[in-house]
Design a protein around this ligand. Structure first.
Ligand code: GTA
Length: 329
């Protein structure tokens, strides 16, 4: 259900406009970091943990399901990379507790000052059952989707079962995250908005993650793309690369620019990630490089309406059930 304004204010007190300020001129371009200056209150003080949906020691993340005032919520906690710029502060301002010492080897528990010890936190509230499923660790299966399967099984399913794209419209209409927008081309056909993905904390470019969201609202996914959309895709690629070079100092040879199939949100968007960063969802079973997409459409304008596409689905995904019912698995 939609939250009323009062409830939103209770749990998410108004966040003041973020302050964008240029950061270190390190010869790599101006690294623009947006930082919110306002304390948002502890929306999690009322969080009652129900279950850990998944966790990863390697990624240093935990996905937790719980309730806030009786309603479902998902909280994602993620330890963030250590920034090189704060190393000297970590060394000089922390408390060090010896754990063991053996010959030339020793290990310590280092307690860094609070401001150097953040945990990036994402809250989905109120969360739907679909969100809870999405973040639960699950076995995956690769689906083979012919063009016919797309129209007879996948399309009807995604028309009836999909995550809301309200957050996308909020960005396009400047109702949310407007201060985070790095670039906008307002052309209704080829225009888009480029901003940090919410998975990126914008503290270091090593794990840069931006998304470009098209102003056109009728493209659900790769399957809808035809030669008519080439100017849009080329515009996103070229202007996105230019902006990232001038703002973050990363040349296009350091970028992985791709679309997901299937996406979670059926409104055309393009992922821009640092090539050196193993972003979740950048594997070959799900990520389609935009340069390949452009070439495929140039060769065959109806490439994505006619080809068989492969993608992973999770064990509890309703789409997998539909494919099984149709005898396709
Ligand atoms: N700026 O409100 C938003 C917002 N939302 C709701 C989603 N995104 C947003 N960005 C902004 N503001 O990259 C971003 C997502 C994603 C893109 C949608 O939009 O971060 P997609 O449609 O192809 O869907 O892309 P995708 O990639 O499956 O979605 P998502 O959420 O990234 O999930 C993939 C996996 O990443 C999850 O199963 C989970 O394991 C992991 N993950 C998701 N969120 C986080 C997180 N906050 N921290 C760590 N891991 C996460």
């Amino acid at each position: 259900r939609e939250l009323g304004e009062e409830e939103i204010n209770e749990f998410f007190p108004k966040i003041k406009k973020s302050k964008a300020h240029p950061e270190s001129e390190n010869g790599k371009g101006e690294h623009k970091i947006t930082e919110n200056t306002e304390e948002s209150g502890n929306v999690l003080s009322k969080f009652e943990t129900a279950a850990v949906l998944s966790d990863s020691a390697r990624e240093k993340t935990v996905f937790v399901h719980g309730k806030i005032s009786g309603q479902d919520a998902v909280v994602i906690l993620e330890k963030t990379p250590i920034q090189k710029e704060v190393l000297s502060q970590i060394f000089s301002e922390s408390r060090l507790k010896l754990q063991m010492k053996n010959d030339i080897y020793s290990t310590y528990q280092l307690q860094a000052p609070a401001h150097l010890n953040e945990i990036k936190t994402t809250v989905v509230f109120p969360a739907t059952q679909k969100h809870i499923q999405k973040y639960q660790r699950q076995e995956s299966f690769l689906l083979e989707e012919t063009a016919e399967d797309y129209f007879s099984i996948t399309l009807p399913y995604i028309q009836e079962q999909h995550f809301s794209v309200q957050w996308v419209y909020n960005i396009l209409e400047k109702k949310a995250e407007s201060e985070r927008i790095l670039f906008e081309d307002t052309d209704p056909k080829t225009g888009f908005v480029l901003l940090p993905d919410f998975k990126w904390n914008q503290k270091q470019v090593d794990d840069l993650y931006l998304i470009a969201i098209s102003h056109l609202r009728d493209i659900k996914s790769l399957r809808d793309l035809t030669s008519e959309h080439l100017p849009l895709l080329q515009n996103i690629l070229l202007k996105g690369q230019d902006l990232i070079l001038s703002t973050f100092g990363l040349p296009r040879s350091k970028l992985r620019v791709y679309l997901h199939y299937q996406p979670s949100y059926y409104h055309l968007h393009v992922h821009f990630t640092h090539l050196g960063f193993d972003a979740l969802g950048s594997g070959v079973e799900r990520a389609h490089l935009i340069q390949d997409v452009i070439q495929n459409i140039q060769i065959n304008p109806r490439f994505y309406q006619t080809r068989t596409l492969y993608f992973p689905v999770r064990a509890d995904d309703g789409l997998l059930r539909k494919y099984r019912e149709a005898g396709k698995m």
